[in-house]
Design a binder for this molecule. Structure first.
Ligand code: SF4
Length: 226
């Protein structure tokens, strides 16, 4: 059975958006001005940390009016949570200071690790990529979808597909499924951000901007595995 290529689907959507946009533009305008001034569909991009967001934001920011959504109650240690959020804010500030490219907003979701622990009950011993992680993806994507709706976004997506430790096929299935089950007006933006050397580029960008790169996923259980 052929596996769906979610990176190809992502590129097709970007390409269609670019064509629609290009048809209404003045070709004499400088490219950077085009990027900044064109009306773009709104995207809520769920993000887990600055290193993963680095290349994902780079790939979406010229095509979407992007709000990064930091909803990660799975990061069970408060100091770790705050540090990852602070690094993400710092990176977005850096990106927003770059000339001519779309401004990125950031929104913090509710932080309460009990949300995670309640969800993970009975799944504490699951290995990473197992059932607990699938529930964790769903918890974060569902909150992202509801928030995307409240913002009037056209699309929602997640940076989680960047990580080689995350199952992009499962993430995309959940993303599509939630939009369908909730009869949402918001569409899932498919992705597999690790493709096109995405993961390698995220490491390079992390070095470039001196980003903190954690060595575990987020929850207490993933920390114990290291
Ligand atoms: S390992 Fe990561 S994805 Fe899995 S449950 Fe823990 S925080 Fe969530």
């Amino acid at each position: 059975m052929n596996k769906t290529d979610h990176n190809r689907l992502f590129n097709e959507i970007i390409s269609d958006l670019s064509k629609n946009t290009a048809s209404g533009l003045n070709i004499n305008e400088p490219d950077t001005a085009l990027r900044a001034n064109t009306v773009k569909p709104k995207l809520l991009l769920h993000a887990c940390c600055a290193p993963c967001a680095s290349i994902c934001m780079d790939r979406v920011r010229d095509h979407f009016d992007t709000t990064v959504y930091f909803f990660n109650p799975n990061i069970t240690i408060l100091e770790e949570y705050e540090y990852r959020l602070a690094e993400l804010r710092r990176l977005i500030d850096i990106y927003n200071e770059m000339d001519g490219r779309g401004k990125i907003d950031i929104l913090e979701g509710e932080y309460d690790p009990d949300i995670f622990f309640t969800m993970a009950k009975g799944y504490e011993e699951c290995p990473e990529r197992g059932a607990r992680c699938h529930l964790c993806y769903e918890m974060r994507l569902k909150a992202s979808l509801i928030t995307a709706e409240s913002l009037g976004a056209t699309y929602y997506a997640t940076t989680l597909t960047l990580s080689p430790l995350k199952d992009a096929a499962v993430l995309n299935e959940i993303g599509y499924g939630l939009a369908q089950d909730l009869k949402s007006s918001v569409k899932w933006l498919p992705s597999d951000f690790k493709k096109e050397d995405g993961y390698k580029k995220s490491i390079e960008l992390s070095k470039k901007y001196g980003l903190y790169r954690q060595n575990y996923c987020g929850c207490l259980y993933s920390r114990q595995d290291h």
